[in-house]
Design a protein around this ligand. Structure first.
Ligand code: SF4
Length: 682
């Protein structure tokens, strides 16, 4: 068994405030000579230190696979179901490897678990006498941190609107004097949607980097420094891919991006990678972004007494032309394709050119300003970037890109309009920028395999060569969960479905005495069924949208027999253990909306290449989502309950077999009587 001979690097007495590389060891630090087996097996370190220890074979197997991948510098894809204890299964080999490693997660909950729970636990387990510590940091997206320069610039400016903003400003200004991180999470009283925070966060758009007078005490600089000194860097997928796309655009210049060079990346919740990567390797402009540029220029030049008549004229013209251009774009709400860009340009080419000229005019006016402050260079760069991106969005013929529009209501008579370009297939990009460049990537999640294999994930992500493993579950699904499909309900695509589904949901909830999540694939269906059941149930009903997600979950946990009606955002990253959640009902197989522009483009592209998009893309994607949704129910060895899928196409259609084969081996039934028996209802 592998010994812990290379782990010395991690056992530092303290976090030294230097830029020494991760592999440097602190002399005199005790070496913990335990193998993976001695750590995870009965009688080992974990069993002596973890209050809820159980031996989990899958956990040990996963740790061994991760260690092998790190050692052999190979990629690994591993499905580890809920209950495997996968965070420790990768953290321990990461620590033993002596490499600097990034751990990227899909959700904030998991980041927090790693940083606030798992790492302190391992520190305690490995250094019971406090003789060392693990050197880890937790990085969030830049918009979570305060920009000191923006805050200082705001001081004394009459730009705060309303009493609430003034109050928030006072709280932030007081906090800025004491905080070490600048992370807004420390300011619990600041509302999530604070308009003021948006004006003073540290997004890169307005950052002037080393030329900033607050550079030395900037929270982003500090975060970067901490990352350079850390051996375990915890980020989320958004930050990881934002950084990767910056590095790609800068052709991997040594100072590009914020994340340091690492020996490996662990992607937990890796089923989300395709979507997140797609959004960062795409291009997006919006009316809001143009307005933000105008606002920033105006505020800065006013502050510096440099707002000339001519620049004010340029800003006015840019605003008008932007408003006009966005109003001309095809109408519609939500996400829709923008395939007919050529026709659009033929008709509206002049307006497009006028907008482009407004960017040029503003850019050169800014550049020509004498003795200008540093941030003005940044504004000129932003104007040019917007111009280039508008050009790409309207004129590019890239066959691997889908062009689309998203229009969302942003207040009374106000719309936020986004013009977007997304790669149809991120696989070649990820292959070149990520997997070919990285020594070792570990992709893990409770939901990566379809029909027991990884072909779908590999193809979508461009992961050509890797070891793979599907770990046995730690749960006894056959006894813990009953999977019910009603054979008699109509097809969910028919108008009769909603009424019949509502009836069956009521019946199921009577049996389970509420204590349920009822999950829908669309808001319309959720609202329809909710309305039908309102006043019909003897249990408290909670509806997504009535309160923020975390508040609803808290209410659900605290309200006996509650039933929560929700859509996609509750299908994953939600953890309710115990009897309070004894039933998960899903209305239909979660196929992605085929008219969604990105989905439609992917389907078209696979079919055009001679593939079968339905079987190669739509079914596997829906399998992963269904596994996620059902995964909400059994969260511990003691959980027990009902999974109901009201869509009997899973029984009647040929593709249904793929879903059934991909789900854990729940006990299955089509009889309501068996459900009653399971819950002891006579
Ligand atoms: S360096 Fe950038 S983020 Fe930091 S304070 Fe200055 S402008 Fe803000």
């Amino acid at each position: 068994m592998q010994r812990l001979s290379r782990a010395v690097a991690y056992y530092r007495v303290s976090v030294a405030p230097t830029s020494q590389p991760a592999s440097a060891a602190v002399p005199g630090v005790k070496k913990h000579d335990v193998s993976l087996y001695q750590f995870f097996a009965p009688g080992g370190v974990l069993s002596r230190t973890h209050p809820a220890y159980e031996f989990r074979r899958g956990q040990l197997q996963m740790a061994q696979s991760v260690e092998q991948a790190l050692e052999e510098k190979r990629h690994l894809i591993v499905e580890a179901g809920t209950g495997t204890g996968k965070t420790l299964a990768y953290l321990v080999p990461v620590i033993r490897s002596g490499k600097r490693v990034i751990i990227s997660t899909g959700t904030k909950n998991l980041q927090e678990q790693l940083f606030h729970k798992d790492i302190p636990f391992l520190e305690q387990a490995l250094f019971p006498d406090g003789e060392g510590r693990l050197n880890a940091c937790y990085m969030k997206g830049r918009n979570n941190y305060l920009c000191r320069k923006k805050l200082y610039d705001l001081t004394g400016q009459p730009v705060l609107s309303g009493l609430e903003e003034i109050e928030h400003y006072r709280a932030i200004a007081a906090w800025e004097k004491t905080t070490h991180t600048g992370d807004r999470a420390e300011l619990a009283e600041l509302p999530e949607a604070s308009a003021l925070w948006h004006k003073i966060d540290a997004r890169s758009d307005a950052c002037i980097g080393q030329k900033c007078s607050s550079w030395d005490k900037c929270f982003i600089t500090e975060m970067h420094r901490r990352a350079m000194e850390s051996d375990i860097i915890i980020v989320n997928h958004h930050l990881f891919f934002a950084d990767l796309s910056i590095k790609q655009q800068a052709e991997y210049a040594p100072d590009a991006g914020i994340l340091p060079e690492v020996g490996a990346v662990i992607f937990d919740e890796a089923h989300e990678l395709e979507d997140v990567a797609g959004s960062y390797f795409g291009v997006s402009v919006s009316n809001g972004r143009v307005e933000e540029l105008c606002r920033d220029v105006e505020a800065s030049l006013q502050r510096n007494h440099m707002l000339s008549v001519s620049i004010a004229g340029s800003l006015k013209s840019l605003r008008e032309r932007s408003m006009f251009f966005f109003a001309l774009l095809p109408q519609g709400e939500g996400r829709f394709s923008f395939e007919n860009r050529r026709d659009f340009l033929e008709e509206n080419g002049e307006e497009f050119m006028a907008l482009q000229q407004s960017f040029t005019r503003l850019g050169s006016e800014l550049e020509n300003l004498p003795s200008k402050p540093e941030e003005v260079f940044n504004f000129a760069r932003r104007a040019q970037e917007l111009q280039v991106q508008f050009g790409f969005l309207m004129e590019s013929e890239d066959p691997n890109t889908v062009f689309w529009i998203e229009r969302r209501r942003g207040g009374r008579d106000k719309f936020n309009v986004y013009l977007q370009a997304t790669p149809i297939d991120v696989a070649p990009i990820l292959k070149t920028c990520l997997f070919d460049k990285l020594e070792c990537a570990v992709l893990t999640s409770a939901t990566l395999a379809v029909g027991g294999g990884f072909e779908y994930m590999r193809r979508r992500l461009g992961l050509e060569h890797s070891r793979e493993s599907v770990l046995p579950s730690h749960f006894d699904y056959e006894n813990q969960a009953l999977f019910y499909v009603p054979p008699d309900l109509p097809d969910p695509r028919t108008p009769q479905f909603a009424a019949k589904a509502a009836d069956r949901i009521r019946r199921l909830l009577e049996i389970t005495r509420g204590r349920a999540f009822v999950l829908f694939t669309s808001y319309a269906q959720m609202n329809d069924v909710y309305q039908r059941l309102l006043g019909e149930l003897d249990f408290p009903m909670l509806l997504q949208g009535d309160a923020p997600k975390s508040a609803l979950l808290e209410e659900f946990r605290l309200t006996p027999n509650a039933v929560l009606f929700a859509t996609s955002s509750f299908w994953q990253g939600v953890d309710v253990q115990g009897e309070q959640l004894s039933c998960v009902i899903i209305d239909r197989l979660p196929f992605a909306v085929p008219s969604d522009p990105v989905v439609a483009a992917r389907v078209k592209s696979i079919d055009a290449e001679g593939g079968n998009a339905f079987f190669q893309y739509q079914v596997p994607a829906a399998v992963i989502t269904l596994k996620q949704g059902f995964g909400r129910l059994i969260r511990s060895l003691h959980d027990r309950g009902l999974l109901a899928l009201l869509d009997n196409r899973i029984l009647k259609k040929a593709y249904g077999k793929v879903f059934v084969e991909s789900l854990p081996n729940y006990r299955k039934t089509t009889e309501l009587g068996v459900v009653e028996e399971f819950f002891g209802v006579v």
